[in-house]
Design a protein. Structure first.
Length: 453
């Protein structure tokens, strides 16, 4: 009897111990699995999972790092997200695209994991239109609008300007730039500078001071000491002339960079040439001036080879100012003036997009005649424009050196090119519209950034 009880107790005790041991092992196994999961660096996410969403503008892509920088429209703040092989990129039609097909300046709807900074999906907005290769435009910042091909569009604080993936200012847009514009209805969301501008400075050009320079029929300007020209990026033939000496050079202009061109080899005084001009005008009573001096058009006019400024005016008619390139021994020039109207075209450069042929009808044989047309009533007002900042930098207006900032120049209503330069810093150019009010005006521009060199 005793043995039987002892046997039963022993069996029960063994079973209890086994149960306790099994329970303990289960807990240890579970803890080990939890620790293993906690230590694992791999996080498995379901495709398309996200905890945040935004409508933003693509500012820049870093494809070699699998990163995209976006601009939040409401906060005007940039942020960068990573992407991987399961990130879904879609165009506005719902078709899949690659990252390389995604353009800077696009407005997109995105979904992402905020904590991991991981982009999970991106879709180009289907409400956005795009205008490419825009060269005819007018910015009216005071009215918050932009005129494109006779149509007005709204600008506001959410509109972004991009150049080479960098945020710029409205004033960084130059009249010679080529733009891509994206918007919704009549609101512009982004302006991308497709083709920008650089700067050209002449070296050893003392002999040509007072002469003329023509850059690829894009810019025509008188050469002065310290001339710094704003030129669209690209490759050009540069034509320089003075006192019958002329010559050409090749130059490559890069965006936002200053290019120096040595012209000392063009001075060849033994090659001075002259051409004979026969000029006729309509009306016949018009007075004609070449390089500011009146000429007698009843006779053959002897003019040295090169670029010259020609002005024709008559009472009751619009004054015409244009540039002619004399390059042959003789040429005929016919000028027709229109009845008087108001013109406000700058006399400092040739805008490749300006259409002034309907305001005059002039022709020449064996000559190159520019399309510039200005009013002889445009001039200084007795007031001045002052550039107040950035202090210590050089300032150029329409390519001509003004001084060290703070600096002032005579107020002349119209559109002007203001270039800010300082050694060791990136040169910047701004287009400003000077009003015709009887008062002085002041401008302050952003500090220049140091060059990468």
């Amino acid at each position: 009897m005793y043995k039987s009880r002892f046997y039963k107790c022993t069996v029960i005790g063994c079973l209890a111990v086994c149960i306790l041991l099994m329970t303990g092992c289960g807990k240890n196994t579970q803890n080990a699995e939890q620790q293993s999961q906690a230590q694992s660096p791999v996080i498995k996410l379901a495709p398309g999972a996200y905890d945040s969403a935004d409508t933003a503008i693509v500012v820049a892509k870093q494809e070699n790092q699998n990163k995209i920088t976006f601009l939040n429209l409401k906060k005007k703040k940039n942020y960068t997200l990573n992407y991987d092989g399961i990130t879904c990129f879609m165009d506005k039609y719902g078709s899949q695209i690659s990252v390389s097909q995604l353009q800077e300046g696009e407005m997109v709807d995105i979904q992402f994991l905020k904590g991991e900074k991981l982009l999970t999906s991106l879709t180009i907005s289907d409400k956005i239109w795009t205008l490419n290769d825009i060269t005819k435009f007018e910015l009216d910042l005071s009215a918050g609008r932009m005129k494109i091909m006779d149509e007005y569009y709204t600008l506001d604080e959410t509109t972004v300007v991009l150049s080479d993936g960098k945020l710029m200012e409205f004033l960084d847009i130059h009249a010679q730039d080529v733009l891509q514009i994206k918007g919704e209805d009549h609101k512009i969301h982004s302006i991308i500078i497709q083709k920008g501008h650089g700067y050209l400075r002449l070296e050893n050009a003392e002999y040509f001071y007072g002469g003329w320079i023509e850059v690829g029929q894009k810019v025509i300007q008188k050469i002065e000491d310290g001339t710094l020209l704003t030129v669209p990026e690209g490759d050009y033939e540069v034509y320089i002339s003075h006192n019958g000496i002329e010559g050409t050079k090749q130059v490559s202009i890069k965006r936002n960079e200053e290019t120096k061109l040595d012209v000392s080899d063009l001075k060849k005084e033994d090659l001075i040439k002259y051409g004979n001009l026969i000029i006729t005008t309509e009306p016949s009573s018009a007075e004609v001036y070449i390089d500011g001096k009146q000429v007698d058009i009843s006779r053959i006019i002897k003019v040295s080879y090169g670029i010259h400024q020609l002005m024709a005016k008559a009472e009751g008619y619009d004054t015409i100012i244009q540039y002619i390139r004399v390059k042959d021994s003789s040429a005929n020039i016919a000028i027709s003036l229109d009845e008087e109207t108001v013109h406000t075209v700058s006399d400092n450069s040739v805008n490749k997009d300006s259409d002034t042929t309907e305001n005059k009808n002039s022709s020449s044989e064996n000559n190159t005649v520019s399309d510039n047309n200005v009013s002889d009533t445009a001039g200084t007002t007795g007031y001045k424009v002052t550039i107040e900042a950035p202090v210590g930098a050089e300032v150029y207006v329409d390519g001509n050196y003004v001084g060290i900032i703070p600096a002032s120049f005579a107020k002349k209503p119209g559109t002007h090119d203001v270039t800010i330069r300082k050694s060791g810093y990136k040169t910047r150019s701004y287009t400003v519209d000077v009003d015709d009010e009887n008062k002085d005006i002041n401008y302050s521009f952003s500090e220049l950034t140091k060059s990468e060199e």
